[in-house]
Design a protein around this ligand. Sequence first.
Ligand code: ZN
Length: 404
Amino acid sequence: MEKEIKLKIKELAKKYEKDIVKFAQKIIQTPSFSTKEEDLVKLIKKEMQKVGFDKVMIDRMGNILGFIGKGKKKIMVDAHIDTVGVGDPKAWKIDPFKGIIKNNTIYGRGTSDQKLSIASMVYAGKIIKELNLANDYTYIAVGSVQEEDCDGLPLLHIIKKEKIKPDYVVLTEPTNLSVYRGHRGRMEIKVVVKGKSCHASAPERGDNAVVKMSDIVKEITELNEKLKKDSFLGKGTVAVTYIECKTPSLNAVPDEATIYLDRRLTKGEDKKLAISQIKNLPSVKKYKAVVEILNYEATSWTGLKVGQEKYFPTWVMEENHPLVLAAVKAGKVALDKKPLVDKWVFSTNGVASCGRLRIPSVGFGPANEIYAHSINEQMPIDHLIKATVFYSTIGSFITEKQKR
Ligand SMILES: [Zn+2]
């Protein structure tokens, strides 16, 4: 990319700062909890049309997509635009839905995690269009829904059901303006063990399911210590997060017990391995416990029934993959220095794009992830402008690399 173009992009990002900030404030003023994103989708649609996207569409699930350019390579830049709730509103020092700015920082639910990235992405579209940058690629800005409920599902829908398949994906969850190239996967597992009920005054006549489950819980805790480690992604983990039982009364021996597990998967761990590890525990075998993966089911704001198995595969990109290298170049333009390359601690839509579908994916987002889901959620305004520069340039860098 020529120096003048880089300068021009930065100039324009600065020039549009007021519009970007105004749009960002409107985004925060429009609540968008998972499955209730309709108002925000419509606001984004209007802004995309206003700044001159070639095509704007809302898909059947209710995701919003804006397209610029006719190039063969499709670069999909994704921001999930749903947020979690606010908890106790009185705990917030600054109103979560006003879009208040103090000391060049914007506050509110979704500033960090992560709907404000869409403001940068929409104005990057305006810059790409104005400077005619998308000759060798098509820029697709996606505002995806229901990510907080089921990470990956919206991208899986766009790619599999709407048949819009990108060559590259850029995730815009908070990275504090670093380049992120992966994170651990995760899954939710249920283990059920049966027993035999009887009067609790003579427990020896029955077969206590809770007692059996306590053996299983102990072995799962031991299993956690032995799970695989990876120097970049960290260790695989398994934790019991919920327990329940069925019993006819408090004076009876329970005849069924169930636990739920949160399993984090590091590099080299997948669904098959994780399930077999539980199934092979001596007590699970002995008591013939049933092990299964949970399912997510919901209705999107458009009324579409959506769902999937709660398995979110690990993904990690090699440090020298062309997309990661392009992201580092784009980061250099945005920051005037080499960006850090790291990983997320939490999970993102990358579990679908890269984890399931093996589409090269990379992350670069404004804001710091430490504020995600917190009562002082915030983002420095200059992050929005730097991210705008990044999204305006990444497509050129990745296609430039391809031509050589
Ligand atoms: Zn998020």
